[in-house]
Design a binder for this molecule. Structure first.
Ligand code: GLA
Length: 734
């Protein structure tokens, strides 16, 4: 097995490489850890990137040195701090007992490990076998405070990926306050990048935006306590000419579900610094002597073949080396969820016919959504009281679960365990569980409040309540929702000088809940949710293999949302349901087949009252399920290629290709019909050019090269929101 990390002790050069990428770093004057290169693989390095010595006015020099040609303010660095001669935003800021915040982080040594160590208490990418990766840990030390910064770099053997995180160890004698600890810094020289981010909103998540990186600071951040609908914890840096299929693309995916911050700073020399980490907004962390602080991890992917390859790298890494659930490798059940079918207005008798119909149609799981617990008839009450609502289920939840199981379906259940309603027994008994600032009234959102997950007792209560239900053995799936963001940031369990820890401790508390419950119930399929895609990040994927992508179920809106999401996350992480028309969020009427085509391009299901379908629609459901069964593995495991984006054309198109390139699923969507349409073609991607493929619907055989280079005409359709799907299979040579 070839090595992945080479260290030239003499020259102090560290080279992390695999067949696709290289990452190079070195130690410069003043024991300053400096960045050399990240990109396409090189065999070796011969010193040509030593940063040129130039006297730059107003960029000062090392303490005690008269060398005016060396400044930390211009050198590309691996990790910077406040208090140095470096005017950029620093990677870390630490307030010390005497009030100073200066550090001088100097290189002191390194270790190379096989595999990849776990991050205590945090989600992260993993290895199944130590041969899959190597990890370089570099220690930087500040002599005055005794703080060590251990920078971890893991390179995967088979993927163009490096993961980074930082551990701060207080080897000093006094407590310090961490005010900022980025998980990574990456400096670039002579790169004129554009940045792609994923802004959005509730029911409008992850709409890609691409813009130049301009001088000054640009930041992409969440201050909502979660990864948020509003800005995903992901950016890509791309060259101006980079497109889906060619050009350089650097992707940064933060494995964290709380406040995040990506800062880009283009400086006086047009050099660029990227910092990624926990947002320093309202963040402090008191680190006592002998204690350590571990940052979350950043996944960095490099592609020299455009955005599709960058995304495919994240898809592979997240679906196979971040997701841990046993459902990672299992087919996910096709669900029907009752939320848009009934909202709160249901009881056992009303649901049974939907379940019975689901069975008839070939659906595999019934998910009972919000409203089954406490006395919840609307969204004003009962969060925190996870006992069955007897009015709706007079014979108990188990009775209904039995009914569902007897129909041959699995049974799924909705929870929103991090929340509390004023009108709940939990609040009446434990008002102190509610997160609030002393002497101030907390702000409601959807008329609900946050449980203070910093408190161990609160977490135990949540685990106990959820576990009590799951222990009955009748729940096969849990939808774990979170329908508001954090406010009133304060924990009664923490002293005054630790209140800056609340945001992060909340996230650690959430991870603790997920860790305990997923470990205790390994057979349960957990699905994440936060008003749809409000907490859609790789941290969640570590515990829950799939997430409800958006509360917007409109097929047209979903094209952009799912395509945007696919920049950073795999289709196997996105759930997508066929819902009724007019659509409940947009009022739009889209064809049944288009709703199917959009939903079948992810983890598939339905969310409507099946008993109200026409017989033609029921037949369509059966066909969709049969089609999905044919290609479920392909969609969950195959390579996903974006072909056309609705953001820059009247069409959206994508295709999935199986690992052996024998199966291909294509979906093409036409947004608006035209009276005098321009003709369009679909050209596929990722096929084997030397194989022949049969269109399973028509029997026609084409060359892989033909499908990719010539493509085929899209039919002229005289209605809006039309879609076409195609399944191709490689013809086996006799
Ligand atoms: C959130 C979810 C929905 C549904 C409702 C129930 O909005 O995203 O799917 O579960 O909550 O209140």
């Amino acid at each position: 097995m070839t090595k992945l990390i080479e260290v030239d002790e003499q020259q102090q050069i560290f080279h992390l490489y695999n067949e696709q990428i290289s990452y190079l770093l070195t130690v410069e004057a003043g024991q300053t850890l400096s960045h050399l290169y990240f990109g396409k693989r090189v065999r070796g390095y011969h010193g040509q990137l030593t940063y040129p010595r130039v006297d730059r006015g107003f960029s000062g020099n090392l303490p005690g040195s008269d060398d005016r040609t060396f400044s930390k303010d211009t050198l590309p660095r691996e990790y910077s701090s406040a208090g140095e001669m470096d005017y950029h935003l620093p990677a870390t800021v630490v307030r010390q007992a005497d009030g100073a915040n200066a550090l001088n982080l100097q290189y002191v040594g390194y270790t190379v490990l096989e595999g990849k160590p776990k991050l205590a208490g945090l989600p992260a990418a993993y290895v199944e076998d130590d041969s899959e990766a190597e990890t370089l840990v570099i220690t930087l030390r500040d002599e005055v405070t005794g703080l060590d910064y251990q920078l971890s770099y893991t390179i995967y053997r088979a993927l163009p990926v490096i993961t980074r995180s930082v551990k701060v160890v207080n080897n000093g004698t006094q407590a310090v306050q961490l005010e900022k600890v980025a998980s990574m810094q990456l400096d670039f020289v002579d790169r004129d990048f554009e940045v792609i981010s994923l802004p959005g909103a509730h029911v409008n998540e992850r709409h890609p935006e691409r813009r130049p990186v301009s001088f000054g600071v640009q930041s992409f951040e969440s201050r909502r306590g979660t990864s948020s609908h509003q800005i995903s914890p992901f950016i890509a840096l791309v060259d101006k000419q980079t497109d889906e299929f060619s050009g350089d693309a650097y992707g940064f995916n933060f494995v964290y579900s709380g406040n995040h911050k990506f800062s880009l700073e283009k400086d006086q020399l047009a050099q660029l610094r990227l910092l990624v980490g926990i947002n320093d907004y309202n963040f402090t962390w008191k680190l006592e002597p002998a204690q350590s602080f571990q940052t979350p991890e950043v996944l960095m992917a490099y592609s020299d073949q455009g955005l599709n390859k960058m995304s495919q790298t994240f898809h592979q890494l997240i679906s196979k080396r971040v997701v841990r659930s046993k459902y990672r490798d299992l087919k996910r059940p096709i669900v029907v969820n009752n939320w848009e079918a009934t909202y709160f207005d249901f009881d056992e008798e009303k649901l049974k016919p939907i379940v019975a119909e689901a069975k008839q149609l070939g659906i595999e799981m019934f998910v009972l959504d919000d409203g089954w617990f406490g006395h919840r008839d609307d969204d004003y009450s009962s969060l925190g009281d996870w006992q069955v609502f007897a009015k709706k289920f007079p014979q108990g939840l188990g009775h209904f679960a039995d009914y569902v199981h007897n129909q041959g379906l699995k049974f799924g259940l909705w929870f929103e365990p991090e929340m509390i309603s004023y009108d709940s027994d939990l609040y009446r008994q434990h008002p102190e569980y509610l997160m609030q600032v002393p002497n101030r009234a907390p702000s409601p959102s959807r008329s609900q409040y946050i449980l203070d997950l910093c408190q161990a007792e609160v977490r135990d209560n949540v685990v106990e309540q959820v576990a009590t239900i799951l222990s009955q053995g009748q729940v096969d799936y849990v939808k774990w929702d979170m329908n508001r963001h954090l406010s009133d940031i304060y924990s009664l369990s923490l002293p005054a000088d630790r209140q800056g820890e609340v945001y992060h401790r909340y996230v650690l508390g959430y991870y603790d809940l997920m860790e305990r419950l997923t470990a205790k119930f390994p057979d349960v399929l957990f699905e994440g949710c936060s008003g749809g895609g409000g907490r859609f990040d790789a941290g969640v994927a570590y515990y829950m293999p799939q997430i409800w992508t958006s509360d917007n179920t409109d097929a047209l809106a979903r094209l952009t949302i799912q395509m945007g999401t696919s920049l950073a996350f795999p289709p196997s992480m996105m759930t997508a349901h066929v819902s009724a028309v007019p659509n409940h969020q947009t009022g739009r009427v889209t064809p049944f087949e288009t709703r199917g085509a959009a939903a079948m391009s992810a983890v598939f299901g339905y969310e409507l009252d099946l008993t109200k379908l026409t017989s033609a629609e029921k037949a369509a459901v059966k066909e969709q399920i049969a089609a999905y069964n044919q290609m479920r593995a392909l969609v969950l495991e195959g390579k996903f290629y974006r072909l056309k984006s609705p953001l820059d054309s009247n069409q959206a198109a994508w295709n999935f290709v199986s690992a052996d390139k024998k199966q291909v699923f294509v979906a093409v969507f036409n947004v608006l019909a035209q009276a005098q349409p321009y003709l369009t073609k679909t050209k596929l991607a990722g096929l084997d050019k030397d194989k022949c493929y049969r269109n399973l619907a028509t029997g026609q055989v084409y060359g892989g090269d033909e499908l990719m280079n010539l493509g085929f005409y899209d039919p002229v359709v005289r209605h809006d929101f039309a879609s076409q799907t195609y399944l191709f299979e490689a013809v086996t040579e006799e």
